[in-house]
Design a protein around this ligand. Structure first.
Ligand code: GMT
Length: 386
């Protein structure tokens, strides 16, 4: 039997898709018998209850009085090294290059050659931070010093090569959702709280940052609601919130738009929707579109970044040029007014999410990368999903 591994995982535990993917991966690896050690500043928000084979090590920042800025990165690197030594970790898997991959490199230097590191790039660590000249060399170093680097889309691999001018091998590991959690939920009575039986529900879920183009969401809805009786549900919170509220008011849409705030059970909320709107400026993957897809909800959005690798135009959604709200609205109206078409998209969504982005398949891809960097010949049976 192939040796089970002891893996340290570091991610941003309290926000974002990268933290969600890292946490879910840790849980799945633990179910497969590996020992998982989260090394983060707080308990990952998706971790939930106590799990067999999962341990949490809190990074405490040293706030000594001479420090103007408490050095979180150094505390993290020291904690990684300490946990690696104490728990005899085989490897560290860090999500997001800055500062996690740099800290993992420092920890490896402290420990010696025995510890291997795997870095997963999630998007803005490259598409935003690697454009900053003051960070570029640091990110390049962190990537070169990782024993394996993975990225969540082909588009992100290309961007990384282009922005950092590197040829380092990068493994493609798409994001995934746990099919035991993400499936079309029974939400009939909940739906009645938000929409009349003859009304459609459009939804947008994000952190309302400028990159999500949340005002496009409202402009699309305004056009759609002129032709289709509909409601718009907005899930999340973030810096563009007041701008959105202003736009909604100026367009006189207050009665038809609801802000739901941050939601824990995304699968349940998404199951309320007829379509998801994701008109982002940039999206290395677009995890929310996969969460929607797994619940049978097609996406209308932009063809930015990695979205076209996830959403198949004309099958599981429709993609348009960034900012083309006219076309996005027309596509939304087409889907919402043709029940047979909507049903065929829904079925295609369920099939694609369960097959291409199946949790078991992607977890095994990561496992294979771990064994490869450790030089262990692993006997992992091929999986077929559905
Ligand atoms: O998009 C965000 O606002 C959060 C960000 C993150 O760092 O968690 O998401 C990035 O990683 C996700 C998980 O891999 C991807 O699904 C998102 O597309 C990516 N965001 C961007 O590229 C803007």
């Amino acid at each position: 039997m192939t040796k089970k591994l002891k893996i340290g995982i570091t991610c941003y535990p309290t926000l974002g898709g990268s933290g969600v993917v890292a946490t879910e991966l840790g849980k799945l690896l633990a179910e497969r018998g590996h020992e998982i050690h989260f090394i983060t500043h707080s308990i990952p928000f998706r971790l939930g209850k106590f799990h067999k084979n999962i341990f949490f090590h809190e990074v405490e920042v040293n706030d000594y009085y001479v420090f103007r800025y408490p050095p979180y990165d150094l505390s993290l690197a020291s904690k990684m090294a300490q946990v690696a030594k104490m728990q005899k970790l085989d490897l560290l898997h860090v999500h997001y290059a800055v500062p996690h991959a740099v800290c993992a490199y420092l920890a490896k230097e402290m420990i010696g050659d025995g510890l291997k590191t795997v870095t997963t790039l999630h998007g803005t660590d490259i598409t935003v931070l690697a454009q900053d000249e003051s960070l570029k060399d640091l990110i390049r170093l962190a990537i070169h010093k990782s024993d394996a680097v993975t990225a969540v889309s082909k588009d992100l691999i290309q961007e990384t090569r282009h922005l950092l001018d590197i040829m380092t091998p990068i493994d493609l590991t798409y994001n995934f959702v746990d099919k035991r959690v993400y499936y079309p939920r029974e939400v009939k009575s909940l739906r009645a709280d938000f929409a009349e039986p003859d009304e459609k529900i459009l939804m947008h879920i994000s952190n309302f940052r400028p990159v999500k183009r949340v005002c496009d969401v409202i402009d699309i809805f305004e056009r759609v609601s002129k032709q289709v009786r509909a409601k718009l549900l907005l899930v999340g919170e973030g810096p563009e919130l007041s701008k959105m509220q202003y736009r909604i008011k100026s367009l006189g849409l207050e009665d038809r738009v609801h802000f739901l705030g941050k939601q824990e059970d995304v699968a349940q909320v998404i199951s309320l929707a007829d379509i998801l709107l994701l008109p982002s400026e940039k999206e290395s993957f677009g995890l929310v579109a996969l969460e929607a897809m797994a619940c049978g909800v097609p996406t209308i959005g932009s063809n930015a970044g990695g979205i076209p690798e996830l959403v198949t135009h004309g099958e599981t959604g429709y993609l348009s040029a960034i900012g083309d709200v006219e076309e996005m609205s027309a596509n939304a109206i087409k889907l919402l007014t043709n029940e047979a078409l909507h049903e065929s998209f829904r079925q295609a969504c369920l099939h694609r999410a369960r097959n291409t982005f199946c949790n078991d398949l992607i977890t095994v891809q990561y496992e294979k990368i771990y064994y490869r960097v450790l030089g262990i010949e692993a006997d992992i049976p091929e999986l077929v999903c559905e």
